[in-house]
Design a protein around this ligand. Structure first.
Ligand SMILES: [Zn+2]
Length: 329
């Protein structure tokens, strides 16, 4: 076969793949529950610097089958193994820092529907071209569940073999995010232009998550928006960027959201049992002054926490465990 024919074949294969992607993305876009921004203007945020440090760190999942999960996160998502301790596998994108930690537990059960916990964790890729590469790579696996243009980011949605929600996304330049005039951002869920992403990356090869991948945000299923708001804003110091009766988005540094929360499964839902699969805890990265203030606030509010070196372990009002890391000196 000549080089030209081989290229044509490749291009046909890619066109077939992208057609499949479009069909899957359009058919399943309804899975992405639409959320409208309805900012009440409580807190004005500053402009976001695109190179601001990550505020969400490693996410730890309790898993039932570490082999299947570790394989999925390496082959489908593109992580590398940083440390394999048998029942605990740390996964990395840059070869230095863990982004996802899988911990196998015996006698786990599936997280019961209608309990608090993870909606999705969201891996932030460096740019839209890398997102295009991931989209083409993902079309080999049929894991894609949805795709959306949120006006400040472009996102793909999938779930791992144990049902944990994953978002893979890229931000559009922060000077193009639309302000609502009250300190929040205008966003929403619109159809993603997958052909545009495909064209950015059609000649590239996916070689795994790039070094610059960050844990961009968390989205949680909570029990009570008001209680969560008090905890994340008054105690932890986050700013509100969007809020309605059933959702709350908060951030630091003027980001569109570092932590999203919703009560789409119902208000007052219980926590899952201790041996449920799913989110075990996630890290929030704070500066020294922020960390000190948070510690004072927790004490003042009589919220129990464990301090261990530069780390505070605390449960949010939905029973979701956070590790607050004193990270940036
Ligand atoms: Zn998200």
């Amino acid at each position: 076969m000549s080089l030209k024919n081989s290229k044509n074949q490749n291009s046909k294969k890619k066109t077939a793949k992208i057609n499949l992607i479009i069909i899957v993305a359009v058919a399943l876009i309804a899975i992405v529950i639409a959320f409208a921004f309805a900012n009440n203007g409580e807190v004005a945020t500053k402009d976001y610097e695109i190179n601001s440090p990550a505020r969400v760190g490693a996410v730890t999942l309790t898993v039932g089958d570490i082999k299947t999960m570790s394989d999925f996160y390496q082959k489908t998502i593109g992580f590398n193994v940083l440390k394999d301790e048998g029942e605990r596998v740390s996964l990395t994108a840059d070869g230095k820092n863990p982004l996802l930690i899988l911990e196998e537990k015996k006698d786990t059960l599936d997280k019961p529907f209608g309990t608090t916990g993870l909606y999705h964790f969201a891996l932030l890729l460096p740019d839209e071209r890398t997102l295009g590469q991931f989209l083409i790579h993902l079309s080999d696996s049929l894991y894609l569940q949805g795709a959306a243009d949120h006006q400040y980011s472009k996102a793909l949605y999938l779930a791992d073999p144990e049902g944990n929600g994953i978002e893979i996304y890229a931000d559009i330049p922060s000077n193009e995010w639309i302000r609502d005039g009250k300190g929040g951002y205008v966003g929403g869920t619109y159809q993603l232009n997958v052909a545009e992403l495909y064209n950015l990356a059609k000649d590239d090869e996916w070689t795994g998550l790039p070094e610059g991948t960050k844990m961009g945000h968390m989205h949680l299923q909570v029990a009570d928006i008001e209680k969560s708001e008090t905890f994340y804003t008054e105690v932890l110091g986050f700013d509100i960027v969007a809020k309605s009766d059933s959702h709350l988005f908060v951030s630091l540094d003027g980001y569109h959201h570092h932590i999203g929360m919703n009560t789409w499964l119902g208000k007052g839902i219980p926590s899952p049992p201790d041996n449920a699969k799913g989110l075990k805890h996630f890290n929030v990265l704070l500066t020294q002054p922020e960390w000190t203030t948070v510690k004072e606030n927790l004490t003042k509010e009589n919220i129990s926490f464990n301090e261990n070196g530069n780390e505070i372990e605390v449960n949010d009002p939905a029973g979701i465990k956070l590790h607050l890391i004193n990270k940036y000196e």
